[in-house]
Design a protein around this ligand. Structure first.
Ligand SMILES: Nc1ncnc2c1ncn2[C@@H]1O[C@H](COP(=O)(O)OP(=O)(O)OP(=O)(O)O)[C@@H](O)[C@H]1O
Ligand SMILES: [Mg+2]
Length: 827
């Protein structure tokens, strides 16, 4: 054997290749003589010294020597070589690392030619050490080794393989980026977007990715995680039967005809991983398909890593699902709320409105969104509302702030608001409290009426008591005067004059007392069956003589007028009182109208007027075109001794007498008056049912003529307007409301469907007649129904209205309103 023929002794070899390491032994046994290096004894010190150092070091090192860079390495380097060990020993470096030689060639040149050391940190090298190319990372330095001549003859490499560290760090980064990205995701799209971003930075582990999510419908929603992966959505992945499984599955991609995205690599992946995206309980959310790194075919950690990714995705999707159901719950509240929900910004611009706005106020969402809240607030409440918004914006939340909001129909609704501030937006919750407000107002009115009637009662009792005593004393005075007159027989003219004067005064006092007794409802009455028409006719004959020529008197007597049961003398005196008042109110002349009519006061009227019981009445109305009364005068007109007339001209007992008598006769009296325009006093006396008379069936409210026809109600008095709106709405009409001519014309312009204008006649600014003229000029087909507290004849008579127009007198019940509206619409 050549081993025995002149080979260096083992002690010399142990000096060159010291130690008991595997490589030392291998090198000692190696047949160096047959290599270009020759026997080790001939090797230069420049090689032997670093060799010794390397073999005794536990740092990973190799060195190359000679033109071919014959390859030496130590035990620490064995794992890096993998299957190349031990064949690599003594082989040219170019052979050993054929697959990466091109990557490091320039570094070798730098060392060998220029004698300049190199340094690389975690350089990616695709090493073939286990029968396949493998992604590896190495931090290394090449340094020159000098031969005996001093020239660089070899190089020494100290290297650390960092594959594990680099890959772990990369995966950690992916997980961290994904976790960061998924924080706060609210939709499935956002989740997918974040997965896309996180995986885009790790195209070494995953050259491509796809997500398949199970839809509630049972189908799949498929998303590619990169553009290049898009075509792979067409692949029929074995997803079926996968929904229930919880483990990952590797599948080979060789058979696929699709072009496979390569990610960071030159070659396509040969395997993909299918992972369930699990859900806490129940079916998984779906499946994650990840193309695997072709340079790490035996990487088993990749499954655990991928499962962590799938786990993060499922966590985020569970979050989205929870948010969704939370949102749906909130949405349901938003959608179904009866309250007005509103998001408004600092400038008062609507950002979001709940559907209740349409239901309660009639506005479509796009009429509100982007609009200023001021557009919808009642002008009288604007200042307070602005202040309230400013308060809410300062985050002093509003509690039960009330204002009026104008509905699309023009109707005014009271809303009570609560607010809270979030992200500089005001969230407002409004409750419609119109009904409560109306009730409160009605209650107030009822209380006022009650107070009024109690006052009248009290004053009545007081005056009644005094009047009685006074009457008795007057009886004594008058009786005594009569006795004196008789006793004296034929007194002197002077005495007679005194007695007559005393008598006259006493009689006038008695008349006054009579009126007081009438007011206190204590006068003895002598009720008889009365035909009011006849009584009016007779009384007006009387009147003609007592009124000036410049006052025109007209009587309008209803046919078929019912009878009443009343004291005819007292009733005549009522008429006289009213006529005298009318005359006094028209010093410069005018029109005096007296009319009669059968009338039905309904439950609604009775409810609204204290002490009136519903039923059939005969109405006698006395109207004038005189000065009218202020509301203050009207409130006191029935009070005894209340007069606005000069001393001596009026006692203030006329209306008191009327009031007392009518009440004593179970009737009802009502004043309508407008300053500068005139007054109507309506007296209602209960119908007397004679033998053979049957109570007439009252007309019942009928269905509207045209189903849902639109009616515009114009009335300056809020309570009256509310009543009409409510009544017409309950009859099935679509109702718009305005408090005056200007608002009415605006509504008419906005809502061409309005068929009927139902307007009060006497209103400030523009009266009903003027409004109707203007409205009909714009809309010739518009139908008009007037209403007024005055009687029809008075109005026509006074020239306010043309004859022929349709007029509904106040007070009216729902039935009368229904009948008139239907009639006009059918015309
Ligand atoms: N038709 C009317 N037009 C305007 N004001 C009226 C009318 N009727 C009554 N009034 C007002 O009501 C007040 C009270 O009327 P009332 O009839 O009770 O007393 P009088 O007319 O002043 O006095 P008397 O009737 O006792 O002579 C009047 O002073 C007047 O101010
Ligand atoms: Mg009077």
């Amino acid at each position: 054997m050549r081993w025995n023929q002149g080979l260096p002794s083992s002690s010399i070899l142990a000096d060159i290749f010291p130690g008991a390491s595997e490589l030392s032994q291998l090198m000692r046994a190696h047949d160096w003589a047959s290599t270009p290096l020759g026997p080790p004894t001939s090797w230069p010190e420049g090689l032997k010294v670093p060799l010794r150092m390397m073999l005794t070091s536990r740092f990973e090192m190799w060195l190359g020597w000679g033109p071919d860079l014959a390859f030496f390495y130590n035990d620490a380097y064995i794992p890096t070589l993998g299957a190349k060990h031990p064949k690599a020993l003594g082989q040219p470096m170019r052979e050993v690392w054929r697959e990466v030689f091109a990557d490091v060639e320039d570094r070798i040149r730098s060392v060998m030619v220029d004698s300049i050391a190199t340094w690389d940190k975690a350089l990616l090298l695709l090493l073939n050490r286990n029968g396949y190319l493998e992604e590896t990372y190495h931090t290394f330095s090449y340094s020159p080794l000098r031969g005996d001549t001093g020239a660089t003859e070899g190089l020494m490499c100290v290297v650390t393989e960092e594959t594990e560290r680099v890959i772990s760090e990369r995966r950690l980064n992916t997980l961290r980026a994904l976790a960061d990205g998924l924080i706060g995701t609210q939709t499935i799209n956002q989740v997918i977007g974040e997965v896309r971003t996180a995986l885009a930075f790790n195209n070494r582990d995953f050259p491509f990715g796809l997500i398949y999510l199970l839809e509630p419908s049972g189908g799949w929603r498929a998303e590619a995680l990169s553009r290049e992966a898009q075509p792979l959505l067409g692949v029929e992945w074995p997803l079926q039967g996968f929904e229930g499984s919880v483990s990952a599955r590797r599948i080979a991609l060789q058979g696929l005809s699709h072009h496979l995205p390569r990610g960071a690599w030159q070659i396509p992946p040969s395997e993909a991983l299918l992972l369930p995206i699990t859900r806490g309980t129940g079916k998984p959310f779906g499946t994650l398909v990840l193309g695997l790194n072709p340079y790490r075919p035996r990487d088993y950690d990749i499954v655990g890593f991928s499962q962590l990714i799938a786990g993060q995705i499922s966590g985020a999707l569970a979050n989205v699902e929870a948010l969704d159901s939370e949102r749906r719950r909130a949405d349901r509240i938003w959608m179904n709320s009866r309250d007005l929900l509103l998001v408004v910004d600092q400038d008062g611009v609507f950002r979001a409105v709940s559907p209740s706005w349409t239901r309660v106020l009639g506005y479509a969402p796009d009429e509100l969104l982007g609009s200023d809240f001021r557009k919808f607030v009642h002008p009288d409440d604007l200042a307070q509302s602005e202040e309230a918004l400013a308060t809410a914006v300062r985050s002093d939340n509003l509690t039960a702030f009330e204002n009026r909001v104008v509905a699309k129909s023009g109707e005014v609704r009271w809303i009570s608001w609560n607010t809270s501030l979030e992200d500089r937006l005001v969230y407002a919750y409004g409750r419609d409290i119109t009904a409560e407000k109306q009730q409160a107002l009605a209650l107030l009115a009822a209380e006022e009426q009650l107070r009024q009637s109690q006052k009248m009662e009290a004053v009545g009792q007081l005056t009644g008591g005094i009047a009685h005593d006074y009457n008795n004393m007057l009886a004594v005075v008058i009786g005594s005067l009569e006795l004196l007159n008789r006793k004296l027989g034929d007194p002197s003219p002077l005495v007679k004059r005194y007695i007559d004067a005393a008598m006259d005064g006493a009689r006038r006092s008695a008349a006054l007392t009579q009126r007081l007794l009438a007011f206190s409802r204590q006068q003895p009455l002598n009720p008889q069956i009365v035909d009011a028409n006849r009584l009016v006719a007779e009384t007006s004959e009387l009147l003609r003589h007592s009124i000036d020529a410049n006052v025109r008197l007209e009587t309008v007597l209803a046919g078929g007028l019912w009878r009443v049961h009343a004291d005819p003398n007292q009733l005549a005196s009522v008429l006289l009182n009213l006529a005298v008042n009318a005359r006094d109110a028209m010093p410069d002349g005018g029109r005096l109208t007296i009319e009669t009519q059968n009338f039905y006061l309904d439950d609604a009227y009775s409810a609204a007027n204290f002490g009136v019981s519903p039923g059939q009445f005969v109405m006698i109305a006395v109207s004038d075109s005189g000065t009218g009364m202020t509301p203050e005068v009207m409130a006191k007109a029935f009070d005894p001794f209340f007069t606005t007339k000069e001393v001596g001209k009026g006692t203030g007992l006329g209306l008191s007498q009327v009031y007392g008598f009518i009440r004593q006769s179970c009737g009802h009296v009502k004043i309508y008056s407008e300053l500068e325009r005139g007054t109507t006093v309506k007296v209602y006396l209960p119908r007397m049912l004679e033998q053979g008379d049957l109570p007439v069936a009252m007309p019942r409210a009928e269905a509207p003529a045209a189903e849902g026809a639109a009616v515009l109600v114009v009335e300056d008095e809020a309570a009256m307007r509310d009543f009409s709106v409510e009544a017409l709405t309950s009859l099935g009409y679509q109702v718009f409301a305005a408090d005056g001519g200007a608002a009415a014309l605006a509504l008419l312009g906005q809502h061409p469907q309005i068929e009927l204008l139902f307007t009060d006649i006497v209103m400030p600014d523009m009266n009903g007649q003027q409004l109707a003229e203007e409205a009909c000029r714009r809309r010739p087909d518009l139908k008009v129904l007037f209403t007024t507290g005055y009687t029809r004849n008075a109005v026509v008579h006074n020239g306010v209205l043309d004859p022929g127009v349709v007029l509904l007198g106040k007070p009216f019940g729902i039935d009368q309103l229904a009948e008139q509206v239907r009639k006009v619409l059918e015309k």
